[in-house]
Design a protein around this ligand. Sequence first.
Ligand code: LCS
Length: 409
Amino acid sequence: MSSDRKAHNKNNWQSATQVIHAGSLHDDPHGALTTPLYQTSTFCFSSAEQGSRRFAGEEEGYIYSRLGNPTTAELERRMATLEGYDAAAAAATGMGAIAAATMAFVRSGDHIVVSDAIYGCSFALFSELFERFGVEADFIDLNEDGLLEKTLRENTRLVFLETPANPQLKVVNIEKIHAVIVDRNIRLVVDNTFMTPLMQQPKRHGADIVVHSATKFLNGHGDVVAGIICGSEDDINTIKSTTLKDMGATISPHDAWLILRGLKTLHVRMQRHCENADTVYQFLAGRSDIKTIYYPGAPDHEAQALMGKQMSRHGAIIAFELEGDEAKARYFLNQLRMIALAVSLGDAETLIQHPASMTHSPYTPEARAEAGISDTLIRVAVGLEAADDIVADLEQALEACRVQWQQSA
Ligand code: LCS
């Protein structure tokens, strides 16, 4: 039974099956259906000689959970399969994954190019911390024709992008970026958090490394912070043996176990997330008090050009601006009753936040303006509740705003 199952791991399962079975070795001595949780910091050697052989890499086997753990290894195998790579490394947080995946391949004096629209802490990492260690970053609009070519230097080692990007869902054509850097010694690192491998596999379009905040859709239940890096065997070995091992942002086995559990429902969750987001979008699009909507599922969004090619669906994040000023945006947020006023995304609960003062506050006001993140922008991460209840909450908050602003007019 167990060897048959192992053999099946290489089959071309559909993604709905892969999220449940990929990577499972099923070699538990008791035949447990689900992955056992190896909640242990260290592993005992049968002899001093065996310990030295494991440290020398002469014998396979676990040593210490910062270096590897069987529960974590199953999560890594599953994510590598889902993203289409040979290997993966799990990390303590999405930021831990991004830092480990990028710092492993740069040194003082190097240059990197970063998309101008990314998550606030990724911006802080590349703009402030990298600079302190002598790595210079240029933040550019990767969609501007010819700009990447002009920005590349002899010492450029890495291009980092998110698509769709946090918070206003700007999309980048990964293949186009790949075509510009393919003949140079430059790694393309793509943050695939907003899409998950079910809706976008950046490797197919030339990404060398894919990173995720597993805190979001992958886990899906708002009870873990974690990250994943997927890449070639060589790149993942380099990351595991340098930045992850020595800087130590490794995942807890318990968190890996929770994500393995969350992954089993990723396929059904993403379908519901996307359907609910469509309903919320239709509602917002019909309101005259909403000035702008950023949503990859909107018929006029730039993502439509990539649908069916790079992305199969639009995801569940919608950003929008109300008519009016920041005070009105705050008032609106304060009226919500069911929707949680909280950062993060990809959970069962619908979450809403104000990027300029929350997730993207690490940007300078100038960099925020350049990236198009206005002070009235609101981001909603549509959850799994009944869509009508999400819409009803948004509607009552918008009505409360209308009444308040009529009174003060
Ligand atoms: N990449 C993206 C696209 C993100 O949105 C985040 C966090 C990260 C990486 C970092 O992941 P973490 O370390 O938090 O697991 N984004 C957040 C957000 O939009 N609200 O709260 C966190």
